[in-house]
Design a protein around this ligand. Structure first.
Ligand SMILES: [Zn+2]
Length: 240
C-alpha cells in the first residue's frame, strides 16, 4: 500500500512537472514574462514560427492598416531562407525575437544544444537586420529547470504568453477569435503563428483574417496594442 501511495504521489508529481514544463504561465522552471497586470488596456500580439511566405507579409499589411506594432519570434533557419521578409518586419517597426534556429523542444536538449540553437538564431537575425530585441521564446513554450538560466546567461529575456489562439489547427478566423476573445482581461500576451515550424509555407490565412477582426474589435473598445518591450516597461513587479 505504501508503495502504491508513493507511486501515486510520484505520478502526480511527474504529471504536474510535465504540465509546468509546457504551461505558458507556469513559473516552476524559472520566471518569465507572460502578461502585464490584468485590467490594463494593453494587449500584445505575438507571432511565432515565421518568417513565412506569403502570410507574414499579408499580416504586416493588416498590422499597418490598423497602425499597430507586434512582436515576431522568428525561427533562425527561416530567417536565413527569407531575409527579405525579416527586413520588412524590422523596417515596419515591429519587434523581432529569437525562437531558436531549428525549433527543437528544449525540454529534452542538453545545455550545449540549447546554447547553439539560440546563438545561431540570434546570428541569423543580426546578420539580416542588425540590432534587434533581447527577447526569446522557447518552441512550444517547452522548458526544464536550467533552460531560462541559459537564456539569461546569453543576455536574453524569456517571454511566454497567457492566451493561445490555437491557430495551428484553426479551420477559420472565427475559430481563432472564439479561442481568444473569452480570455481577454487586458494586459494579455496573445500567441499566434505567422508560420509553421515543420516546414515553410504553412497556410496562416485564418490567422491573418482573425488578426484583422481582433484589431477592429479591440481598438474600437479602446484597447491599445503594444509590443512586448512596451508592455514589459510598464509591468509591475507583481505581474512577473
Ligand atoms: Zn514555435
Amino acid at each position: 500500500m505504501i508503495g502504491l501511495a508513493i507511486a501515486a504521489v510520484a505520478a502526480i508529481g511527474a504529471s504536474a512537472a510535465g504540465y509546468q514544463s509546457m504551461a505558458p504561465e507556469g513559473q516552476w522552471f524559472g520566471r518569465a514574462f507572460s502578461h502585464a497586470s490584468h485590467g490594463s488596456r494593453q494587449i500584445a500580439l505575438t507571432f511565432d514560427d515565421g518568417p513565412n511566405d506569403p502570410h507574414t507579409l499579408k499580416l504586416l499589411d493588416i498590422l499597418s492598416k490598423h497602425n499597430v506594432h507586434a512582436t515576431f519570434f522568428l525561427i533562425g533557419r527561416y530567417v536565413r531562407e527569407r531575409p527579405y521578409i525579416v527586413a520588412e518586419i524590422a523596417k515596419q517597426g515591429h519587434i523581432i525575437g529569437n525562437h531558436t534556429f531549428t525549433h527543437p523542444l528544449l525540454t529534452f536538449q542538453p545545455g550545449s544544444r540549447i546554447r547553439e540553437e539560440i546563438v545561431q538564431c540570434g546570428n541569423a537575425i543580426s546578420e539580416t537586420v542588425g540590432e534587434h530585441s533581447n527577447l526569446f521564446r522557447p518552441p512550444w513554450g517547452g522548458r526544464r529547470p536550467g533552460v531560462f538560466g541559459i537564456v539569461r546567461q546569453l543576455g536574453l529575456e524569456p517571454v511566454m504568453w497567457n492566451i493561445t489562439g490555437y491557430d495551428w489547427k484553426a479551420p477559420s478566423p472565427e475559430f481563432i477569435e472564439q479561442k481568444v476573445t473569452p480570455k481577454i482581461q487586458g494586459g494579455d500576451v496573445i500567441l499566434l503563428h505567422d508560420g509553421g515550424h515543420a516546414s515553410p509555407g504553412a497556410d496562416r490565412s485564418a490567422t491573418v483574417a482573425a488578426v484583422d477582426r481582433l484589431l477592429t474589435r479591440y481598438l474600437a473598445e479602446d484597447h491599445e496594442f503594444v509590443t512586448i518591450p512596451e508592455m514589459m516597461s510598464l509591468r509591475k513587479p507583481s505581474s512577473m
